[in-house]
Design a protein around this ligand. Structure first.
Ligand code: AHR
Length: 715
């Protein structure tokens, strides 16, 4: 029995903990709170007592023993290698290719996952330098736990008084603005950026703001950048016309020095009151020089990985913290001042400056397929707004409108700008040609309930009816097994969903001991999109050990590239000092980008993608299961560039000497070799490249804890 939030008590009976009789309302006095404590495997546990047949107990014991055994295997880390592999001699391996059994594999295997977590968007990839430019930060962004988090966050008055008003705003979606007043002098307003404003000597920055002088008199506003000693390193001036309504004004500022942590000072040229909103300082030098674009170094780091697709906007951000927080794409397009900012579920603020248009543009600029993921009409299963849990779904009477929103996205992305209302908007934003959207994700690792299934089915059927050519990606919960995984896959089979988004963050030991995970998958069912994965060690580092285990998994996924269609490591970006989640693939500050071992692995696979898998056989001088499982190989061919990629992971603490028997490799061919190696806990490794000559039966030595890739140009 259980107690509902309202205090009403229900009881449901079961004999096997699988099948339950319908719940019955029971009187409070008959409710037995049978909680008890027991020590199980040395751990104190609290639970409820039930009388069940012994067969149930037996099954529970078996399940527990299996889980314990798996836990021990999954806990294998290199920390125990000295003992585990004591006395291990270098292992000799021969690898013989069997090209006759080649098979086609996905050309989109390695992509990327973008979520606004860890300040990945505002203060990160989105190049805006002013924090809280719209004065829309709200205490609710941080669940009212930070008093300083409000419309004045990152702002202060330099001279005069600053307060926030909402009367006659620029747009209803952007209700707050700054009122600055000083009757006896010229008022000034200061913004400190996202932990300082970084500018580079000689570079140009677009200054813009909506400004109104309520007296109706003309005036001026001077923009200045000051370093931390107060030295001015850039200025620009704006004339404010004599009218009382909002007007967007612009100027260009050139930085006279390189400064990591400047402040922006806006000073009115006259005493009195002035209203300001959407105050922006934007580098002209963005990725591909796009207006309202992306921070060039960060965007380039991802582009260098050559992801074949880019997922957006998450992760949990996509389905939100409660129904009201579901990410709605329509709120993120159009003029910046009319976009609807929102609380970010990771407890900060989303301006939506990096919205759907900027996202699609970025995909196009990188040559990646867009993969937008939209909520399946249900919010995150960990929602906490108003109580924990999935909290039902969008009410059925609102579902038609929600489904239409999703159909409108396809129209916006792919429609004909001459005839379609949504496509006209895309064209108006600067992209008359369709974006050629092919994939849409519905749901993000949701709790697979009836509420989910009902809404997912509605959305899936509507998309397939109107746009049968769109590939829909369903979801199977946050783990590689369990109820959501089973139920999510069942729905996929029932409806014939094109791809299923799997998520799992697991220790290196899981990757080592589950190399056949996809070998067992049905070749005729839905394809797999491993949308979120990463190797997690205690302390959550991104180091050589985690990267090698991810490479090992990528090898296994290449072998299964006929059914594993897409993969993306998660999360992607993290700002130092603003990180909610570790490990991430790329860390950054306002001025630097740090590439992790995991990034190097993703980049090596992304840049050297194949479309055909070449099977092979391996023999070992040491056949111990624990040894063999630490050596993993994959060979793929790119038939368009006629290149062969041979990748070998050696996760052993000993060297591996490999003899490659393959008549695919022309003797004498120039081979590009890349090696990643070091100590397992090394976080700073970099790939070492060299050129070698192919020789038949040549032996190569793979260092302990290493990833080696040979790239061969075939004749
Ligand atoms: O990648 C970080 C988070 O992990 C995602 O938001 C969520 O989908 C998963 O639980």
């Amino acid at each position: 029995s259980w107690e509902s939030g309202a205090g009403t008590i229900f009881s449901a009976e079961t004999k096997d903990f699988k099948n339950y009789l319908p719940a019955k309302n029971i009187p409070a006095h008959s409710y037995a709170n049978s909680r008890a404590q027991a020590v199980i495997l040395g751990q104190k546990q609290t639970g409820t007592l039930h009388k069940v047949p012994y067969t149930v107990v037996d099954r529970l014991i078996n399940a527990q023993q299996k889980a314990h055994y798996q836990h021990l295997r999954n806990s294998e880390t290199t920390a125990g290698d000295e003992l585990r592999f004591a006395g291990l001699k270098p292992v000799e391996v021969t690898l013989t290719t069997r090209p006759a059994a080649s098979k086609k594999i996905s050309e989109l295997l390695v992509g990327a996952f973008f979520e606004d977590i860890n300040y990945a968007a505002d203060g990160g990839l989105y190049a805006e330098l002013v924090q809280n430019r719209d004065f829309e930060y709200h205490p609710s962004d941080k669940k009212y736990r930070d008093e300083s988090w409000n419309s004045t966050k990152a702002w202060r008055a330099g001279l005069g008084n600053l307060y926030i008003d909402t009367a006659a705003p620029i747009h209803k979606n952007n209700p707050h603005y700054a009122v600055l007043s000083y009757d006896t002098g010229n008022p000034a307003l200061i913004n400190k950026g996202f932990g300082g404003i970084a500018v580079t000597a000689g570079e140009r920055y677009d200054c813009s703001a909506f400004i109104r002088i309520p007296s109706g008199k003309a005036g001026t506003v001077t923009w200045k950048l000051a370093d931390k000693n107060g030295k001015i390193v850039g200025t620009a001036a704006m004339k404010v016309p004599a009218w009382k309504t909002w007007k967007k004004l612009s100027a260009v500022l050139t930085a006279a020095a390189t400064v990591a942590d400047a402040e922006l000072i806006l000073t009115a040229g006259q005493p009195g009151t002035i209203h300001l909103d959407m105050v922006s300082l934007f580098p002209q030098k963005t990725f591909k020089n796009r207006k309202n674009g992306l921070r060039a170094d960060l965007a380039q780091a991802l582009a260098d990985m050559k992801p074949k697709f880019l997922r957006f906007p998450g992760g949990c951000v996509a389905h939100g913290d409660g129904i009201a927080n579901i990410y709605r794409w329509k709120n993120t397009i159009g003029p910046l001042e009319a976009r609807k900012p929102m609380r970010n579920l990771w407890n900060y603020h989303q301006t939506m400056g990096l919205g759907y248009y900027e996202y699609f543009q970025y995909c196009e600029d990188m040559g990646a397929e867009p993969l937008p993921v939209l909520a399946a009409g249900v919010p995150c299963q960990n929602s906490s707004t108003g109580g924990a849990g999935q909290q039902c779904g969008i009410p059925m009477e609102e579902m038609d409108e929600y489904v239409q929103d999703i159909l409108d996205l396809v129209e916006w992305a792919n429609g004909d700008a001459k005839t379609s209302k949504w496509a006209k908007m895309r064209a108006g934003a600067g992209h008359p040609e369709p974006f050629n959207l092919k994939y849409i994700g519905i749901g993000n690792e949701d709790l697979i309930t009836d509420i989910f299934e009902e809404r997912f089915t509605m959305i899936f059927n509507a998309i397939k009816k109107k746009y049968p050519e769109i590939q829909v990606v369903g979801t199977s919960g946050p783990f590689y097994e369990g109820t959501d995984y089973v139920e999510g896959w069942d729905i996929a089979r029932k409806l014939g969903v094109d791809l299923i988004d799997e998520h799992y963050y697991v220790p290196p030991g899981w990757f080592i001991h589950n190399q056949d995970y996809y070998d067992k998958y049905d070749r005729n069912g839905s394809k797999v999109y491993l949308g979120e994965y990463a190797s997690h060690l205690p302390g959550r580092p991104n180091n050589l050990e985690t990267a090698l285990s991810e490479a090992l998994h990528l090898n296994n996924m290449e072998r299964n590239g006929d059914i594993v269609a897409m993969t993306s490591y998660a999360p992607l970006f993290a700002k130092e000092g603003n990180t909610q989640w570790n490990p991430d693939m790329i860390y950054f500050t306002n001025t630097a980008v740090t590439l992790t071992p995991g990034y190097h692995v993703q980049r090596l696979y992304g840049n050297n993608a194949g479309d055909t898998y070449i099977p092979f056989e391996m023999t070992y001088s040491n056949n111990a299961d624990g040894v063999i499982k630490r050596i993993s190989a994959s060979i793929v061919k790119n038939t368009k560039t006629n290149e062969l990629f041979i990748r070998i992971v050696n996760m052993l603490p000993a060297a591996v000497t490999i003899t490659l028997n393959s008549d695919m490799i022309p003797p004498g061919a120039s081979v590009q070799k890349t090696v990643l190696t070091g100590a397992p806990d090394d976080r700073k490794i970099k790939p070492a490249e060299s050129t070698v000559r192919a020789e038949s039966n040549k032996q190569e030595t793979l260092p302990p804890y290493s990833f080696t890739m040979w790239k061969v140009k075939l004749l």
